[in-house]
Ligand binder design. Sequence first.
Ligand SMILES: Cc1cc2nc3c(=O)[nH]c(=O)nc-3n(C[C@H](O)[C@H](O)[C@H](O)COP(=O)(O)OP(=O)(O)OC[C@H]3O[C@@H](n4cnc5c(N)ncnc54)[C@H](O)[C@@H]3O)c2cc1C
Ligand code: FES
Ligand code: FES
Length: 482
Amino acid sequence: MVVEGVPADRTLLEVLREDLRLTATKEGCGEGDCGACTVVIAEETHGRLRYRAINSCIRLAHSVDGMAVWTAEDLAAPSGELHPSQEAMVRCHGSQCGFCTPGFVMSLFGLYQNTGGGQGITRERAQADLSGNLCRCTGYRPILDAAQQMGALPLPAGCEVDEAATVAALEHLRRSSGPLPDGRPYLRPDTLRSLLQLRATHPGAQVVAGCTDVGLWVTKQHRRFAQVLDVTGARELRRIERYPNHIAIGAAVSLADAFDALVAERPHLRSFSQRFAGLPVRNSGTLGGNVANGSPIGDSMPLLIALGASVVLMRWKKTRNGGQVAHRELRLEDLYTGYRTNVMRPDEILAWVKVPRPVPGELSRVYKLSKRFDDDISAVCLALNLEIADGIVRRASIGAGGVAAVPSRARRTEASLLGQPWNEDTVMAAMDTLRQEFRPISDMRASASYRQAVLVNLLRRFWLESRGATGINLENLQEVPA
Ligand SMILES: Cc1cc2nc3c(=O)[nH]c(=O)nc-3n(C[C@H](O)[C@H](O)[C@H](O)COP(=O)(O)OP(=O)(O)OC[C@H]3O[C@@H](n4cnc5c(N)ncnc54)[C@H](O)[C@@H]3O)c2cc1C
Ligand code: FES
Ligand code: FES
């Protein structure tokens, strides 16, 4: 389908509901929180489709150009028979007012497609995949039941996705779209080189990646962008590269994929990774966007600081022969200069996040405290990464979020640990230093005194966990049968 004349900052939800009159997709919050607007997109990778549920309310419409998009209108068979993701909701009584239902059904559809027809879905997987959908009437048990039962239902004729035909149609679309003019409102170049050139020649264009921050500037602050430069088309920036001592994550890699790569290196990060927003936000949002946005309560930065990550900034440098790519690399904590300000030049792009691989003897943990367990940003975040040999702290690297104007490194606390025996006295002294190192503020998420107290207690929790204590962590609590 070709839709003409769409402004650069029009959302996918606006195009669906207002331009195409496809009103099955609902608008609840308009800020990526409730999931009522969930749709499923797919792109071809290695000849197969990969399905991702996303929030259409904060996604810019142009960004799905060249992708397949499914809405709740697309699921039932022409005969009217329901898709298993819909039928299971009916059978399990998963809907009351129905406002959230199209969004739940779309998340279920994405899950169905990514699990070979809803096979082997555990309760945990169902919860993770529905983490971006809120329901205020029904309660989650019947909806989770539907997720686990849809795989047992027959798929009516006409409901199946013809992957080969869809891949072929996308390929045809790609080939038939000719070269696009430079001055168009939505720029989504497919190479890093042209991205950097466009950044240099269009300094007024709003840079976006997954739009999970910028989308809210459009829907909530009513900001308008005449021209947008989208980094997510640049194929180099969509790669994760593994080297002997580090992994390099392209700035356009989704949060979901970036966290998968980090969890593969350090499995204990799994629970933290699933607490970053909900799945639809992680499917759209990028690691590069989180770092570039530089929110003091952004979740990936304390972790990345503790792991010793660096960032690579790139720009197009004019030379007598035309130009060339210039780059510089800096430690992540040195990127920030103040509240949401950083050292990036107006013509620079954040291109890579480089994360050192684990070393023997590394002891690392990250703790996030938020008002809600799922789909909520941190009030306080503390990430610790120590190397302990022969009972002595040989290296200490600590990142903190929610306690200063920028994501910060707790240098004084690190210094108080370095060279000391890893024992209770050292930890108590480090807790004192950490208490004095930051002066958090009070806001709607937490009071200053709560933040300070909890930050220090998280260091104590780290110490106790390093001694093998497990009962102090909610995740380890076992349900006692009635
Ligand atoms: C419901 C909801 C829940 C959320 N929960 C969390 C959470 O739990 N933890 C958390 O940390 N965040 C959370 N966020 C915030 C957001 O999802 C993240 O900050 C996300 O990583 C932003 O990435 P993006 O690709 O969407 O960035 P965008 O919104 O596209 O861009 C954000 C900023 O970064 C700039 N930018 C993006 N890419 C680049 C680049 N390559 N080079 C230079 N500049 C660039 C843009 O110009 C813009 O200023 C949440 C957001 C929503 C809507
Ligand atoms: S309308 Fe609530 S997430 Fe989009
Ligand atoms: S059925 Fe009403 S909000 Fe979910």
